[in-house]
Design a protein around this ligand. Structure first.
Ligand code: DQA
Length: 143
């Protein structure tokens, strides 16, 4: 079974972002964690990143059509994109929200997720392990 991992804006430039939240994690570390997580649990995986809301929505539509489970870090769109929320609602297979940092321990605007209410569950605050934990949770949901 294939799992789609979607990553939202600015996650490809973690090396230039706040070290106190993201440490030394790079986008390549996210890719490695996902490849390993998929291998350990015998999933195929496709990993994508976009800074473009429309492109993320198109990928969610395709995942809905193919009934593909999604592990999703919507990044800043988490906090305000009703368009992405509406696309997540249309998914047919489980979706798990992930965050590297714990948004609840950050600025007030990050305390709202418009995505959390329409996914199976959310995992935040464990760095790249958030993705590994999401693969473990996904395997329980889909196997
Ligand atoms: C993030 C948290 C978001 O608040 C932020 O906008 C990001 C990354 C995370 O993985 O910790 O870009 O989704």
């Amino acid at each position: 079974m294939k799992i789609l991992v979607l990553n939202g804006p600015n996650l490809s430039r973690l090396d230039l972002r706040e070290k106190n939240y993201y440490g030394d994690i790079s986008y390549q570390d996210i890719e490695k964690a996902c490849l390993q997580g998929a291998k350990d649990l015998d999933f195929e995986v496709e990993i994508k990143q976009s800074n473009d809301e429309a492109e993320l929505i198109d990928w969610l539509h395709a995942a809905a059509d193919s009934k593909t489970p999604v592990i999703f870090n919507p990044a800043a769109f988490t906090h305000y994109s009703y368009a992405i929320r509406d696309a997540v609602v249309m998914l047919k297979a489980p979706c798990i929200e992930v965050h590297l940092s714990n948004p609840l321990s950050r600025e007030d605007f990050r305390h709202t997720s418009v995505i959390s209410g329409v996914v199976q569950g959310s995992i935040a605050g464990f760095g790249v392990d958030s993705y590994r934990l999401a693969f473990a949770a996904m395997s329980e949901l889909v196997k």
